[in-house]
Design a protein around this ligand. Sequence first.
Ligand code: NAD
Ligand code: AHE
Ligand code: ZN
Length: 369
Amino acid sequence: MQVKAAVAMEAGKPLQIESVELEGPKAGEVLVEIKATGICHTDAFTLSGADPEGLFPAILGHEGAGVVVEVGPGVTSVKLGDHVIPLYTPECRQCEYCLSRKTNLCQAIRTTQGRGVMPDGTSRFSLGGEPLYHYMGTSTFSNFTVLPEIAVAKIREDAPFDKVCYIGCGVTTGVGAVLYTAQVEPGANVVVFGLGGIGLNVIQGCRMVGADKIIGVDTNPAKKELAEKFGMTHFVNPKEVEGDLVPYLVELTKGGADYSFECIGNVNVMRQALECCHKGWGVSVIIGVAGAGQEIRTRPFQLVTGRIWKGSAFGGARGRTDVPKIVDWYMEGKINIDDLITHVLPLGEINQAFDLMHEGKSIRTVVTF
Ligand code: NAD
Ligand code: AHE
Ligand code: ZN
């Protein structure tokens, strides 16, 4: 079938709106009509050419929501008409990783996903007879996409697509990092670096669990107001701090943060996030994605003296199990998504979403089809 998609032809170039050929679902796969998709910083990161796994030409996008319109042979977990959120972290419930219960990083299709193809090693998308790569197994910048059934979470039908698409990455990543990865407890002091689409969700997760001080750090003072609405108790602009940021934050938290979260993708900030943690027990969680060739550094003494450095992908959430619950939390008013969706655009204006992000003017832009 012919579908309408925003195609990343090469790194660093705007997306092109094209009519693209899409093959139907094969065994174990489903065809999903995407109704809305968010634009995450990771899409911009890959488009910039900094992603070691970035492949071109490709259909980017990994924060979607839509409806199952066709199922391939052998599909049992979803049916025609089901509302779903595509999962870039699938949940097969059978691989060593899923069965370990120690991680959400299902590896059932990770190798082919990283090569930009479906599990059978081929692409379903083509343009002018030439294959286009899938992206993160989801390719939501298209009004239709094909996914393995293990890579969709079935959600309730009354949830609005143009809001819950954000649960496909940003909301789950931020809230999940607090609940599942760090397991922040009531009364904890937390420092959140980067108050964008991820950091603000970390902040609302911290408020949910009853954290005490929730300190937000951002070089853009325009982020302060919204962050306060989401639960931030103190704002720190590193540009306005005299001297080193780390001792300033240690003083503010009276000895160091119990938990810190890096939501930027800057390796120097990752070091600050670790080093502002409390001696003996502080846990620092890296969420931000850093470009090819970047490495983190610290004195090993920081770890010897009890600080813990962790990472979190998709908030540690198990997609098919946890995403429907997070949709319920939104529908029950337990989490706020509406105020984070600052812009809504049609697919034809998707490049504006990247401009707004780079200019620091948006939190999330959602494209509707
Ligand atoms: P964003 O652009 O919305 O937010 C980034 C924020 O960081 C902005 O508010 C910006 O002003 C601030 N910032 C930039 N440099 C700074 C500095 N030196 N000090 C303090 N603040 C600074 O991006 P986002 O969508 O929130 O994504 C954040 C990061 O998380 C990206 O690297 C993205 O790729 C990554 N990410 C990771 C996962 C995961 O599963 N691990 C999921 C989604 C996104
Ligand atoms: N491809 C990059 C890494 C990108 C990355 O870390 N992706 C996160 C999700 S970001 C969503 O906005 C993730 O889930 N990572 C786990 C995984 O298996 O990809 C690189 O550096 O190669
Ligand atoms: Zn993302």
